[in-house]
Design a protein around this ligand. Structure first.
Ligand code: PXP
Length: 268
């Protein structure tokens, strides 16, 4: 029997975190454009940025420059707010990923409510398609949301892996986990194991269902160097969008050289 090759998996690197660091000082360093170049040269297949309504990290000017100069496709995350959709239609990224936004959140919490917000989502998708932009919906891994995304004419779904990642981290307590879950740390191990199976199954079943109705499938949120293998094992998923863990790792893997070079420069 011939070996059937595994479907390729593409990596989208989310560089919002570079802009978060820049905004801590409100200067122009570190520059997300530099991050784009390094990611593209080192295997990223796509760059992901989130143009938030509050512009807390990526600004319009960043998005404009990144889209104009990127050698790899740009996936622009945004809310369904009509003014933001106007801007995205003008910016013309390769893809727009519609996400829920809430001013008080530290990061995107939960998927889009594709049922109660269906009219506004449908308008946004129609306008983005008219502008020639592919559309993805960031949804919780549940079958209803997958089917509704298909009905709304999305091209892609991105399955929210935050719950899976949090349960995985709680089972492996040396790993970073969301502060939101601290109160749940006394859950017995067996219970956590079955929660992890459930969370992983939810992602797998949603991904397979989405593929079966010809939606393309991405996944993201909370994926890291420890848990990513469980996602690559799901062949219906063909793209992962990962930010925090890559940028966090880069602080340490690049810190040695940064200190050595400055030490050198400090010599008289
Ligand atoms: N996908 C979406 C839709 C997101 O909102 C985010 C977070 O900005 C990510 C992926 C990346 O998540 P993380 O930074 O936890 O890897």
């Amino acid at each position: 029997m011939q070996n059937v090759p595994n479907p390729p998996m593409t990596l989208g690197v989310n560089i919002d975190h570079i802009a978060v660091l820049r905004e801590a000082r409100k200067i122009n360093d570190p520059d997300p454009l530099m991050a784009l170049a390094i990611c593209a040269q080192n295997g990223a297949d796509q760059i992901t940025i989130h143009l938030r309504e509050d512009r807390r990290h990526i600004h319009d000017e960043d998005a404009k420059k990144i889209i104009a100069s990127s050698p790899i496709p740009v996936n622009l995350e945004c809310s369904i707010n009509a003014d933001i959709i106007d801007i995205v239609c003008r910016l013309k990224p390769h893809r727009a990923t519609l996400v829920p936004e809430n001013r008080a959140e530290v990061t995107t919490e939960g998927g889009l409510d594709v049922i109660s917000k269906s009219a506004a989502i449908s308008d946004a998708i129609e306008r983005l398609h008219e502008a020639g932009i592919e559309v993805s919906l960031f949804i919780d891994p549940v079958i209803n949301a997958v089917e509704q995304s298909y009905a709304l004419d999305a091209d892609f779904v991105e399955l929210h892996t935050g719950h899976f990642a949090n349960v995985y981290a709680m089972l492996n307590s040396a790993l970073p986990y969301s502060h939101h879950t601290i109160k749940e740390l006394d859950i017995p191990r067996d219970e956590l194991k079955s929660q992890l199976d459930e969370a992983l199954n939810a992602v797998r079943i949603s991904a397979e269902h989405a593929r079966s109705i010809h939606l393309q499938v991405a996944a993201g949120h909370g994926l890291n160097y420890q848990n990513v293998r469980l996602m690559t094992d799901i062949h219906a998923i063909t793209e992962l969008n990962i930010g925090q863990s890559i940028i966090a790792r880069s602080v340490f893997s690049g810190l040695a050289d940064a200190v050595k070079e400055m030490k050198q420069l400090c010599q008289r």
